[in-house]
Design a binder for this molecule. Structure first.
Ligand code: CO
Length: 210
């Protein structure tokens, strides 16, 4: 059996189990999706959004890329944000990073000149901006962990300061959360203190403001 055949067989088993557990589940989903959450996370295979927050298909709208970035000019992410806020009317945006992120680690190493280094440059800029804070950590592992946290916090600020989010926020209550996942123990941690710290430092960009 080829690996794809194995996946197709797995899918049949999963589908049958879901129908046993929740009869009519797929029929209901076929008519509409009404997720409450938008998840912006890392593409890392160890951080699957639905599984780690215990949500079923239809309950979380997901965007993933290397190092969970929200880049001001990334049409892919902006289109997801726009659709989530204005079409699906989600109420909570979650930016989730993870410790041991390869994209973040790459930003702490010399540039290797690969295509992905252009993307990682966004994290490298954060590492430069917060260099003194990162260098207070005593080991490379702790420095990487701190940059993982700061990176999430900066991306939360990017969501909050995007015109898409600001315009949606004028119409209704929408929240943005920063979380970090530990692949070593499977636990999520709230990064609100780091987000508050970064929001106090980062230059702000508000519609109608500076
Ligand atoms: Co990662």
């Amino acid at each position: 059996m080829s690996s794809i055949d194995t996946l197709l067989a797995n899918n049949k088993k999963w589908r049958a189990q879901m129908e046993r557990d929740r009869p009519g589940f797929f029929d209901a989903l076929a008519h509409q999706q009404r997720p409450r959450y938008l998840w912006i996370g890392c593409a890392d295979s160890r951080v699957p959004a639905n599984e780690i927050i215990g949500l079923a298909p239809g309950e979380v709208f997901v965007h993933r890329n290397v190092a969970n970035l929200v880049v001001h000019s990334d049409l892919n992410c902006l289109a997801v944000l726009d659709f989530a806020l204005n079409a699906l009317e989600i109420t909570d945006v979650i930016v989730c990073g993870h410790y041991g992120c390869g994209g973040v680690d790459a930003a702490l190493q010399p540039c290797a000149g690969r295509i992905v280094d252009h993307w990682v440059r966004h994290v490298r800029d954060i590492a430069k901006f917060y260099r003194s804070e990162i260098e207070r950590e005593t080991t490379p592992r702790k420095q990487s962990d701190r940059l993982c946290e700061l990176n999430v916090a900066v991306q939360v600020v990017h969501v909050r300061e995007s015109p898409i989010f600001q315009l949606a926020r004028e119409k209704r209550e929408v929240r943005v959360h920063g979380l970090i996942y530990d692949v070593a123990d499977g636990l999520l941690h709230d990064l609100t203190p780091t987000v508050d710290e970064v929001r106090a430092i980062e230059p702000s960009c508000r519609i109608g403001g500076q």
